[in-house]
Design a protein around this ligand. Structure first.
Ligand code: GSH
Length: 214
């Protein structure tokens, strides 16, 4: 427990892991309400009042509340990143390029590909069995990854140089998600993953995301 004003709702979830990671990366104290997906914990009246979307993660910072993992990670970096050794875009173009990565990862990799595979390949009892859609999503993911692999190969060691950015957190979780699904992730992407996942803050976040849910 901590007297921090930041509370993260969500554990044992890849999207929640992104926020645990950002919080550890920024060395911010926080409290975790370790609610889990499909456990009924997002369906309570109390949680519905907080987040009507009934999804995790959700973050409150004092009286400010935010859903959507990418928005939360971006908010934490912008609000607290200065002087904490992370990558912060220095001007509008740098911000736009970082946003470009974030939107790409969240739409092309997460929503259109991996989440589709999860819903229709791994949770057919909830979302329906759709093998053709799963096969097409895998193919689509590989096409998207191939398009950005040359740029990932240039990451040294992270997308924007020697400081980890919000986009690195999103990209890492999706590449790892794909690898865990047995999708053949390109060699440069695997090398990049090895570097980002070696960060102590990542390791601490994995522990928080797991332990918080026990
Ligand atoms: N786009 C959202 C997706 C959030 C999401 O789908 N979270 C899943 C867990 S990873 C969830 O809350 N599922 C709960 C449910 O469907 O009951 C984000 O990135 O935060």
């Amino acid at each position: 427990m901590t007297d921090s004003q930041i509370t993260l709702w969500g554990a044992v979830s890849l999207r929640a892991l992104r926020v645990h990671w950002a919080l550890h990366e920024l060395a911010l104290p926080y409290r975790c309400e370790p609610i889990q997906s499909r456990s009924g914990e997002t369906l309570t009246e109390e949680y519905g009042r907080l987040n009507p979307k009934r999804k995790i993660p959700y973050l409150t910072d004092g009286d400010f509340g935010l859903s959507e993992s990418a928005a939360i990670v971006g908010y934490l970096f912008r609000a607290y990143g200065a002087g904490r050794g992370v990558y912060l875009p220095a001007d509008d173009r740098a911000q736009a390029t970082s946003d470009e990565w974030c939107y790409f990862v969240m739409t092309e990799m997460d929503a259109h590909s991996l989440y589709l595979i999860r819903r229709h390949g791994h949770l057919p009892e909830v979302y329906g069995h759709a093998p053709a859609a799963v096969a097409s999503a895998e193919e689509y993911f590989l096409k998207q990854l191939a398009a950005v692999t040359p740029r990932i190969a240039e990451a040294d060691p992270y997308l924007f140089g020697d400081r980890l950015g919000a986009a690195d957190i999103l990209l890492t979780t999706c590449l790892d998600w794909a690898a865990n699904y047995g999708i053949e992730v390109s060699a440069p992407a695997l090398a990049y993953l090895e570097r980002t996942k070696a960060r102590p803050a990542y390791q601490a976040a994995v522990a928080s995301n797991a332990v918080a849910g026990q």
